[in-house]
Write a protein that binds this ligand. Sequence first.
Ligand code: C2E
Ligand code: CA
Ligand code: CA
Length: 572
Amino acid sequence: MTSDPRPPPTETEAQRLGVRLACTLDNISDAFLMLDRQWRLTFINREAERLLQCKRAEVLGMNIWQRFPEAVGGPYYQAYHRAVATRSSVLFEEYYAPLDLWTEVRAYPSDEGLAIYFLDISTRKAQEAAFHKLAFFDRLTGLPNRQLLVDRVGQALERFRRSQYCGAVLFIDLDNFKSVNDARGHDKGDLLLQQVAGRLKESVRASDTVARFGGDEFVVLLEGVGESGEAAAQHAREVAGKILRAFDAPFDIEGVQHYSTPSVGVTIIDRSSGSTEEVLKRADLAMYQSKAAGRNTSTWFEAGMEQRVAARAALEADLRQALNEGRFELHYQPQCDLRQRMTGAEALLRWRHPQRGMVQPGEFIPLTEETGIIIPLGSWVLRTACAQLARWAAQPRTEGLRMAVNVSAQQFHRPDFVEQVLQALADTGANPGRLKLELTESLLLKDVEATIARMERLREVGVGFSLDDFGTGYSSLSYLHRLPLEQLKIDRSFIWDAGTGRHGKAIVHTIAGLGKALRIEVMAEGVETDAQLAMVEEGGCHLFQGYLYSKPLAPDALAAFIAQASLAGFHV
Ligand code: C2E
Ligand code: CA
Ligand code: CA
């Protein structure tokens, strides 16, 4: 200090310096304030006047908390007090609502008081918000997107790791969304997704997250729903129920009512939940189980689900390969009248698996339906059955036989189904009048008008229809007389029931009576014993199919059966 060569500034020099400093501070681009130790404003530059919307002459000497009372106790107040108390500078970003101003603030305490520099960062904040919206929100629905969801699940897991709290993740996938998109166009599909988003949001609390995960998939994150797994499960169950009910009412897609259902998978999350990825995978797996269980339902994640889903995936791959390698076969189960005269056969699928041997359709048809493999497979069945029909037509002894072919809902509701059948008939030269398609009740009840129109087009060329598994479906008989059916097929469970003395016998009676009234044939399926046959006959039913007459047979065995039947004196 003593070696400072400069002379002390004179009064005027000090004044001049002060003026120059004030001038400099006035012209810097940061806003600048100085407060004394009683929080009174001792200096305010031009930028600060502008941002705080006040005049220097009015505020100098005023206590800053009197001038900005809304700030008392808030973040600015606390930060400045902390700076003064700890004698260390503070740096922070904060929003001051009364002036709609985002600020970046640096404050330096000294013996005189506090020097505060601040910047208007509103534009940057708006840009950040816009970017955030683009990057983390789905544009179609306005919901958080996959990325934000993953982030929030991660944060929730982090919080649960430090507490007793539990939450839940619900994975929601719309059933048959693809068909809306395909049939009515993407813009209509978009409208549906927007409305679904709205209903999902109404099903949860504001503090929960509903995100669009992608396509027709949504994920709900329920946070802090309880301190025990049971409480969380209870809450999640309620929300899952609410979500399912939210789809009860139809959606209005530009004046057209559309019904949609969701499949929901639920998993509880807590401190032991593992990674975000694992949590989402579990909810997704549970959702797949809901699909497998017939959709429009919710399923809880359970251990072991991975294996089951993996097994399903393997089966699906197997099925596709089998289709490519021609490993499917059609077997034929003879049908006959009461005099045991063969009237035709039902074509039944079999899968010759390289390791598992012959696989029955009950084990693979449901999966082919869910995965859409039934479309090419069903088309193969039709062609193969029609080819057999054409071969029968070439032999006098078998020319009168009819062929029954099972048709799945997915197949039947394809827009080109009628053309597919006509094409199979044309390509094989089979007689349409000898082809009978077996449909189920649930298939027929979906969009009855369109179904009837479709049936009638095939009816015109002579194709017949049988109502399969009759009695097990919707039990709404009011539509029956409107359908161009030529046959009801009593489900085999009633035939078996009849033998045990339960109400099966009455049902056989009633259905046979119904058939008579409607003038359509009634066939009993699954007849295994003479007693059952007697009961069927007594009930007034004239056609049957069952092990009593024959099991389903491979083509060679069928040819032998027909030859033998005629040898034994049966008419074929
Ligand atoms: P379904 O249409 O009800 O076919 C009759 C089923 O009952 C056949 O089983 C047949 O083998 C069995 N059955 C017939 N008589 C008797 C009997 O006296 N006793 C017993 N215990 N069973 C009898 P299968 O072949 O296992 O077929 C099961 C189901 O798979 C069929 O039920 C049908 O819904 C479906 N399915 C079979 N082939 C096809 C196909 O080509 N396309 C489609 N979409 N579904 C098919
Ligand atoms: Ca059938
Ligand atoms: Ca049946």
